[in-house]
Design a binder for this molecule. Sequence first.
Ligand code: C2E
Ligand code: CA
Ligand code: CA
Ligand code: CA
Length: 274
Amino acid sequence: SKQNGRGTFSFYASTLNDRLLAYRGLVEDMRRGLAAGEFFLEYQPRFDTRGRSVRSVEALVRWHHPERGRIGPVDFIPIAERSGLIMPLGEWVLRTACQAAAQWPAIGVSVNVSPVQFHNTDVAELVRRVVEETGFDASRLEVEVTEGVLLEDAERARNALGGLKALGVKLAMDDFGTGYSSLSSLRSFPFDVIKIDRQFINDMEDRDGGREVVQAILGLGKALGLSVTAEGVETVRQLTMLTADDCIEVQGYLLAHPMSLESVSTLLSGGGAG
Ligand code: C2E
Ligand code: CA
Ligand code: CA
Ligand code: CA
């Protein structure tokens, strides 16, 4: 009904309904797109600050939609997580990344694994199966998780992360510093790598104490024996500061954007970044 201030409600209701329809449409599209091979990976290199060599690449998923064109993960990962499609999508990402990286000499590959995957599947068993199928060396694989995975069901997370470690897989805490319990999580779970969230890197140059915060995280990594990666490095000045502060690994648009499989191969064989 549309009378006496109820108009707001009916407007809202129809908006919700529209959104539900849009959501269902997207889920259907994703299901179809997965079967049709519309998803693809790009790889963003992670560089050594000392030699400027590529240490590893991070696999990042994209969707080439037949009508809407290219869609980035922030616009479909949440829908995949809500609908359960993250399970087949996440498995596809893992397999595709391992197949690709098996062709490259020596460098590692990292894959983002959603908390929803940890919650609903045995991620260690999935990884075991995929490395077996692809012949990829598990010690060259790194799994990136956000602390969300640790908070929901700590015991389950501990088992899964322990299972991954037993395979030789490295564990990275992604978006470090953005959550509430990054510090305690670092001690209670077997991480190898801290990825400093790009917000902190962005703040290095233009906020009071921004650089000191990053220095403190670098010191924390050192004290705990963890490797630290700075994400989202966009300026020469940030890179200079990070190098001076003994940050060993950097990732960001300044050095390389996420790129195609072919561009990674070119980069690794000594060509320019894509
Ligand atoms: P993330 O894991 O934190 O990945 C880093 C994001 O920052 C990527 O965005 C990357 O393209 C972007 N980035 C890299 N360097 C820079 C920089 O210098 N400046 C700025 N502003 N951004 C930079 P992308 O590819 O859009 O991915 C967004 C998020 O989507 C990822 O954040 C990750 O949480 C999620 N995601 C991507 N691929 C996957 C996947 O295969 N599985 C899951 N579960 N999540 C994924
Ligand atoms: Ca990541
Ligand atoms: Ca991140
Ligand atoms: Ca800035």
